[in-house]
Write a protein that binds this ligand. Sequence first.
Ligand SMILES: CC(C)(COP(=O)(O)OP(=O)(O)OC[C@H]1O[C@@H](n2cnc3c(N)ncnc32)[C@H](O)[C@@H]1OP(=O)(O)O)[C@@H](O)C(=O)NCCC(=O)NCCS
Length: 174
Amino acid sequence: MHTSLSTGKSASVPDAVRQQIMAHAQGQPVHQVVCGPWSEMMDGARAVRTAVFVQEQAIDEADEWDDDDAAAIHAVATNLAGLPLATGRLIHAGLAPGHAKIGRMAVLRSTRGVGLGDLVLLALMGQARQMGISHLSLHAQVSAQPFYARHGFTPQGDEFDEVGIPHVRMVLTL
Ligand SMILES: CC(C)(COP(=O)(O)OP(=O)(O)OC[C@H]1O[C@@H](n2cnc3c(N)ncnc32)[C@H](O)[C@@H]1OP(=O)(O)O)[C@@H](O)C(=O)NCCC(=O)NCCS
């Protein structure tokens, strides 16, 4: 039993929450990541990016949403209850053959530091390999540069401003 926030009375623990707690207690994975087109992933990706980029980082909505979303492959990580927690995208359309860009990597602030960023980045790198991509690049927020460096990305060129935040281009040969 738990106390329902909506009624203030005791209520049964929802099945999805019970499943999450049981999996955690048994040492089983409590997150999953799925990759797909914008048409299938937009609800989850939008929820996370709105919370992280628009609300937390105060990036203008006009800068956040662009035409690349429709052509990109998106990864969304959820908990066992289906709640979206993290996302990122892989863009290959319009680039040279064998090249792709990773972007819009975001993890809800409350769930950072438990491996969700890794889960999404590895899923996108796996997608890239399956597509025969050998050259990956991204624009890293300077504060996140060490996160990408752990996966072998190396900085290229000087820092630059993008949407008011210092960035650096990073590259990886798969
Ligand atoms: C950057 C971000 C995606 C990382 O996601 P995360 O879920 O917190 O990262 P993980 O838990 O998977 O971290 C994996 C490892 O990277 C390290 N790491 C994560 N972010 C780091 C950072 N900014 N600097 C240094 N190390 C970092 C973690 O300590 C962890 O190391 P460990 O395995 O040795 O403990 C997340 O912090 C985020 O969404 N930030 C806000 C939005 C943002 O800046 N996006 C990047 C745009 S380029």
